[in-house]
Design a protein around this ligand. Structure first.
Ligand code: IPE
Ligand code: IPE
Ligand code: MG
Length: 250
């Protein structure tokens, strides 16, 4: 029996997949439950997608877990999300190590409660030698925040004389972003039917392929991930060229 996984061309696997994990609240509401119940059930999807990516050979998986704007939610929801984050990190470190996955986090991490920050740093330290895949959690993250802090860091280097204005180009600027050691995502997945970026990797998504699904995040599983990759592989990535140019023999 042929499955979706069999349709994946392993020679053209995305190296980096970014995911906007959306729809936890609506998933819970449909079931007559509190929003946090949705977040709790979203953890299983994180596990499934991380495992699927690692098994396939995807090198980078970046998950949007908490945006700068999410600080504006009710204190009850924010506190519950932070508690869930600490609990999940503590529970998953062993699995990450068993699967040779390195944990990473980007965003304005100083804004996290100290206990979360400390747990996160410890998990990052404990998994730093793993090299099968890098799993990046975006926490207290927004694309505009990241670009603004990069601009500030560039300005400081210029001011101190370590960098000449003439040296600033796209490549140089990228090195001041939180994602400096990663390739740009070839594929962006967003669940829940919303079709927007919501301040996610604004710089890095410049040429990514977008895949939207109506499924809420807690219902997203391995098969859904395979489907998004198969869809991605059906696209022609032209990077400004014409289709004819791409198929021309070199
Ligand atoms: C995504 O689900 C998780 C976070 C933003 C933390 P939501 O909480 O946004 O769920 P919906 O979009 O309200 O259904
Ligand atoms: C985006 O989801 C942020 C995360 C998934 C962490 P939101 O639910 O916060 O996005 P908007 O506000 O609906 O655009
Ligand atoms: Mg949402």
């Amino acid at each position: 029996m042929s499955t979706l996984k069999d349709k994946i061309d392993f020679n053209r696997l995305p190296q980096h997949i970014a995911v906007i994990m959306d729809g936890n609240g609506r998933w819970a509401k449909e079931k007559g439950k509190m929003r946090i119940f949705g977040h709790q059930n979203g953890v299983a999807a994180v596990r499934a997608v991380s495992e699927a990516c690692a098994e396939l050979g995807v090198k980078y998986l970046t998950l949007y877990a908490f945006s700068t704007e999410n600080w504006n939610r009710s204190k009850i929801e924010v506190d519950a999300l932070m508690t869930l984050l600490s609990k999940t990190i503590a529970e998953e470190v062993k699995t990450l190590n068993d699967n040779n996955i390195r944990l990473n986090a980007i965003g304005d991490l100083q804004r996290l409660p100290k206990s979360n920050y400390d747990a996160l740093m410890k998990a990052i330290e404990d998994t730093k030698d793993n090299d099968r895949m890098t799993l990046t959690l975006c926490l207290s993250y927004s694309g505009r925040w990241e670009i603004a802090q990069a601009a500030k860091a560039v300005a400081e280097k210029v001011k101190s004389g370590e960098l000449e204005i003439e040296q600033i180009d796209e490549k140089c600027f990228s090195n001041f972003l939180n994602t400096k050691d990663m390739p740009d995502p070839e594929l962006l997945v967003r669940t829940s039917g919303e079709e927007r970026i919501s301040n996610f990797l604004l710089w890095q998504l410049a040429y990514s392929e977008f895949y939207f699904t109506d499924k809420f995040w807690p219902d997203f599983g391995k098969e859904d991930l395979y489907e998004s990759i198969v869809d991605y592989q059906s696209r022609e990535r032209r990077f400004g060229k014409t289709s004819e140019q791409l198929t021309e023999k070199k």
